[in-house]
Design a protein around this ligand. Sequence first.
Ligand code: GLY
Ligand code: MN
Ligand code: MN
Length: 467
Amino acid sequence: MSGLTTLEEPQTLRATMFRAEALAAEEGPSISDSEYRSRQQRLLGGLEDEDLLLVVGNPESVRSNDVRYPYRNSSNLLYLCGWHEEHSLLACRKVDGEWSVELFVQPNDVVKEIWEGRRPGLDGAEKSWPIDKAHSIENLDSVLCEMLSSCTRVFIKTGLDKKVDKLVMQALESKGRARQLSGEGPIAIEDPSARIAELRLRKSPAEIEMMKYACKVSAQAHIEAMEKAGDGIGEWQLQAIIEGFFQWNGQTWAYPSIVGCGDNATILHYHANDKACRKEEVVLIDAGSEYCGYAADITRSWPIGGRFTEAQKEIYQVVLDAQKAAIDACIVGAPYDAPHHAARRHLAQGLIDLGISEQSLEDALSAGGDLGKWYMHNTGHWLGLDVHDVGAYRMGDYEVLLKKGMILTVEPGIYISDRIPVPNGQPNIDEKWKGIGIRIEDDVLVSENEPEILSFAALKEISDLEY
Ligand code: GLY
Ligand code: MN
Ligand code: MN
């Protein structure tokens, strides 16, 4: 069992906490003001002098009565200025020939701050965030109307904030009339999402550090779960170990953890996490943390009792080989789909070699072929401020080619349910295969040399998972 010494010895609580403290004490990476400024300049450099860019913050969501879900701001707003508070709007316009980056924020309010916590307020925002001017969100109507009155095009993704949409539409309408009379006034509205996505797709060195840090904590969280698991442990308890570890280390989950044991592992977006695990089952855990907005996305599948059955092991090895082949395909210049094709080929051949599929390789790979019965999803997606990050996969007829700085997940799997018929009916396969779900997911940075696996610390070799 290389690299997993804690599985060989009884784990003491103290030793585990000590390691967690060590991680928490590490100084986490951050994004500098100059990087935020350069992101703003790259975006604004593509706009015209009389354009107005608006980036709407996420709304708050109610959980029950006056209890709200933990707040998380929109990824585009985080990307452009790092502002994480609720009730915000970023507005960029040219003032005296220079781009001015302005942020609407909640003002200081003694009573609200007694009840809800400290706010940076306008002064704090101007002092400590990469912006030129802060406005009170309470003055949104008047200040935004003034901004809208002097612009020609508005760049905004509509549908996110009814109040902002209404002000923009009213301005466009009244300007339309003004234009009819005087030949002046704003005419167009454009969604800036694709322009921002283009910037976000390739990660800067600082962003890579952020994501490495999220991956480091997430990988260790998976190992904590492996170490503490045993016959009878609840899926929810494994979830608690993992998500508690994120929180202990100052991070949060990037998406609700999937913890599925036995046949539950074959449910792609399983979320009940309410079954007790048995030692002869394989558990699939898809869990990743978020650090300052940046996500990790890791899946590991391993035997609760420390030993795979022969059938589980054979399926696992097929998925692992497919995953390694797919990671090898994450090289500069390869089409985005190259890892998917590599994984599919290995998975299909593996199913044929095991006798699960009796088709030829080409038939198994074809539309409607056997592979689709047990591998229903894509092999990866962009990863960044969003778990399923922004950025095009195709440009018309052309697939996007992988470039240095892109980060994507590589996550093939095989899912053989023992109770849900696969699409078009469960073929007549041996019972020993049923109830096995395996996915192995890593986060991969495309670099000049070989692909860099950011989540490398999460163990995945059979010899590391068995004891
Ligand atoms: N955790 C979501 C995904 O793997 O896409
Ligand atoms: Mn994923
Ligand atoms: Mn995942």
